[in-house]
Design a binder for this molecule. Structure first.
Ligand code: MG
Length: 382
């Protein structure tokens, strides 16, 4: 039985994690819940799972939650950014699943490891921004980091029992997004609505845009670099539109292992929670005769510069990945607000990265400073 604190419980990963807890009550018990502002979802989940430790990030929503909880005895409510860290530190648990959009998950993730809990990572920012210090903290404290992202979960499965020296390269698969076939000169006309139509996964807005630009895959390359201790030069991306092969590992003997399954986030969450055990679930068998074809194609760096930018950021290291991530967040928000074109997303990130002097072996302070600098620098491009 794993006692799990779930940060970001109202989002799509959070809802999937609740589904897993519902289906495996003997293996997963939710003992803490945190949301940004969705108080009604939070209270409903708290009632269903009997959770007594809650956190709300947004100030006004936290006040609403406090009023609602006034009549409920025995429930602790933590508030704001500091509240997420307190929830993690002060709640007895085995694992913290961080599924918060943006940088707010970083401090609670470190707090989880420092307070002796394993970390299940769904928020890419944690390893992209602070991969070096997060992995070091986990090693120092003897805690595990379990990937929930489908690609990293796939690689994690392929690497079971493998020694580092046996691994030649990691191959991340990408669906290619809705503009896989769109000519370069037409990308400037892409609307918000078109960009939000993802062919295979149903996710939040930010990550859906990131899938369309391939920034999501760029973030995943950097995440994989830290999670599996493989340098950027040995991390490749291949477009695989069916999203059945979730990623692959090539070994030194050129043998390749792939992980295949239906696209359902409940599966990687379940695997992370029940690891090292595999348990039956509702996913259903793959019908290969019906799938008939699994196809692969090289990503086009001219139309999708995000991969090149990510490789550069990950190779430079230090604070550059945090800048890559932060500038992209601001650029995506601008696109969603209809104040910029689709190609301006990567054009902005490239400009901000070009102006950044990366700080090597950066501590958390330096990383957060670079993050703030990149946001301001990207906003000024307006
Ligand atoms: Mg992914």
């Amino acid at each position: 039985m794993k006692r799990v604190i779930l940060l970001g419980s109202s989002g799509s990963i959070g809802q999937s994690a609740c589904k897993v807890a519902r289906e495996l009550p003997e293996r997963m018990k939710i003992v803490g819940l945190a949301v940004n502002g969705s108080v009604s979802v939070l209270l409903e989940q708290a009632r269903e799972f009997g959770v007594k430790a809650l956190a709300v990030y947004d100030g006004k929503a936290a006040a609403d939650a406090e009023r609602e909880l006034a009549t409920v005895s025995g429930t602790r409510l933590f508030k704001g950014a500091a509240g997420l860290v307190e929830l993690v530190r002060e709640t007895e648990a085995d694992m913290v699943l961080v599924a918060i959009v943006g940088t707010a998950g970083l401090a609670p993730a470190l707090a989880a490891l420092e307070s002796g809990k394993d970390l299940a990572v769904a928020s890419k920012e944690i390893l992209v921004m602070a991969g070096e210090s997060v992995m070091k903290t986990a090693a120092d404290r003897g805690r595990a980091i379990l990937p929930v992202d489908s690609e990293h979960n796939a690689i994690f499965q392929c690497l079971r029992g493998a020694a580092d020296r046996e691994v030649r390269r990691l191959i991340l698969t990408a669906s290619g997004g809705p503009f896989r076939r769109t000519p370069r000169e037409q990308l400037v006309n892409v609307s918000v609505e078109q960009a939000l139509q993802h062919p295979t996964w149903n996710m939040g807005k930010k990550i859906t845009i990131d899938s369309a630009t391939l920034f999501n895959k760029g973030l995943e390359m950097i995440e994989a670099r830290w999670l599996f201790n493989v340098e950027m030069a040995r991390i490749d991306v291949i477009v695989h539109p069916q999203s059945i092969v979730h990623s692959m590992v090539e070994f030194v003997d050129h043998s390749v292992l792939a992980q295949l399954s239906h696209s359902d986030m409940c599966f990687p969450i379940q695997y992370a929670v029940t690891y090292p055990d595999r348990l039956p679930n509702r996913l259903g068998s793959l019908d290969f005769a019906k799938i008939a074809q699994l196809t692969f194609e090289a990503p086009d760096p001219a139309r999708f510069p995000a991969l090149t930018l990510a490789r550069h950021a990950g190779t430079v290291g230090g604070t550059m990945p945090a800048v890559f991530n932060a500038a992209n967040e601001v650029a995506v928000a601008r696109f969603l607000a209809r104040r910029g074109t689709f190609p301006q997303i990567w054009e902005s990130v490239e400009k901000v990265m070009a102006r950044h002097q990366s700080v090597a072996s950066a501590d958390l302070d330096a990383i957060l400073k670079a993050d703030a600098w990149a946001r301001a620098a990207c906003a000024r491009l307006d």
